[in-house]
Write a protein that binds this ligand. Structure first.
Ligand SMILES: Cc1cc2nc3c(=O)[nH]c(=O)nc-3n(C[C@H](O)[C@H](O)[C@H](O)COP(=O)(O)OP(=O)(O)OC[C@H]3O[C@@H](n4cnc5c(N)ncnc54)[C@H](O)[C@@H]3O)c2cc1C
Length: 372
């Protein structure tokens, strides 16, 4: 079987990995250099965590996501997860805690409420004003995203995958299985934020969205505390709903980003972070962190991902020989190894399309839980 993949981001690369280990002949086409510095996948870190709020199906898929990463790391020879607790600082009443507690109890994942005294002692960077509850959850960590991508780029050609950089797919025939006129048994579209431009009119209505992140230098008096800090995930009464702050562990930088979506933007345009986007992230940081004026912004970065209204992953057939692989959300990296394996199962016919599709949309798992 010969498969052509559009896009050498994490989704295209893990699909190539999973197909190649089944003996499939794979070519990956990338419009840019490989890896593409403008792709969603090339950043220092991405979060992996069990606590998923109301998206219960995805919480229940996390153990399988870890198994998939371990399988990939065993082949590339590098474990790229930096363990870190995910600590949620809640400043507003929602049903998030009830959903998460039900899920984590069901999965046997440890979590606990952190007392105000412990927050003052162990998390001196947290602004305690307005905090209603702090919940520490285990089974989480930082995926060294850029390293994972680079490992795959080095690993795949050794296993027969051809990575074709600077080859933009301008002609896509999902029925005939043709990419720029070249024929394949199956073609996979893993185009990330470029998907809406390449395949307009998809049922999911994916849209490219700008996501702004800032890298920060903490004050030196907090360096030791940050060096053993968890990921701080803050629910805030702001337009974006909160800010995530990733600690500077294992050589990674302190980073913050919010959950706002622009639902528009051109991922190929020069990336200049908008002042108002940077300000919004910093404003959220000011609410989440004590003495935030002592922090220095090292870099602000404008990133993109594809997002849909319901933020469920799309893994499905498009046309007689085409497949769509898209996270359609800001939570795709943590599931990418599992997504690649599921895509390969669907493409090779090992599992029915309906099954892999429902599984990656989080629908097979979500009914397992009591309503909480
Ligand atoms: C700021 C930010 C924070 C995030 N945080 C998290 C997190 O904490 N946890 C998590 O799990 N996920 C997170 N995500 C989401 C995750 O990073 C994405 O879901 C994932 O990287 C998407 O990978 P992809 O391969 O689909 O897209 P990309 O990495 O963008 O790859 C798509 C590739 O396709 C190429 N391409 C497109 N069109 C063509 C064409 N016509 N011809 C050839 N090549 C083409 C592009 O050049 C690109 O390289 C975050 C994303 C962002 C931006």
């Amino acid at each position: 079987m010969r498969v052509g993949i559009v896009g050498a981001g994490i989704a295209g690369l893990t699909t190539a990995w999973a197909l190649a280990r089944r003996g499939v002949d794979v070519e990956v086409f990338e419009q840019s250099a490989i890896p593409n510095p403008m792709g969603s996948s090339l950043d220092e870190h991405r979060i992996i965590r069990h606590a998923y709020g109301a998206m219960r199906g995805y919480a229940l898929m996390i153990p399988r996501a870890f198994v998939a990463w371990r399988a990939l790391f065993a082949e590339t020879g590098q474990d790229r997860i930096v363990p870190a607790a995910a600590t949620y600082c809640l400043r507003m009443e929602t049903d998030w805690y009830r959903h998460v507690a039900t899920c984590l109890d069901h999965m046997g994942v440890a979590y606990r409420n952190v007392s105000a005294k412990e927050v003052a002692r162990d998390l001196p960077m947290v602004n305690r004003e307005g905090v209603l509850r702090v919940v520490e959850t285990q089974g989480a960590g930082l995926l060294r995203a850029g390293d994972v991508v680079r490992d795959l780029v080095a690993h795949l050609p050794r296993h027969g995958v051809r990575l074709r950089a600077m080859e933009e797919i301008v002609s896509l025939d999902v029925d005939g299985g043709r990419l720029n006129g070249e024929g394949f048994d199956a073609v996979v579209v893993a185009a990330g934020a470029w998907l809406p431009g390449l395949l307009p009119g998809l049922a999911e209505n994916p849209r490219a969205s700008v996501q702004t992140v800032v890298y920060l230098q903490p004050p030196s008096r907090l360096a030791a505390a940050w060096g053993r800090a968890p990921m701080l995930l803050n629910r805030l009464p702001t337009r974006s709903g909160g800010v995530y702050i990733l600690p500077p562990l294992a050589g990674l930088r302190l980073k913050a980003g919010d959950y706002d979506h622009t639902y528009e933007g051109d991922p190929s345009a020069p990336r200049v972070p908008k002042v108002e986007h940077v300000e919004a992230v910093l404003e959220s940081c000011r609410m989440a962190l004590a003495d935030f004026d002592e922090y220095r912004v090292i870099e602000a970065k404008s990133c993109f991902y594809t997002v849909t209204e319901n933020e469920r992953f799309a893994l499905r057939r498009i046309g007689a020989r085409g497949w769509l692989v898209s996270a359609c959300s800001g939570h795709g990296f943590k599931f990418a190894a599992l997504m690649g394996l599921s895509a390969a199962e669907g493409i090779t016919g090992e599992r029915a399309e309906a099954e892999v599709s429902a599984f990656m949309a989080g629908r097979l798992t979500e009914d397992v839980l009591p309503s909480g």
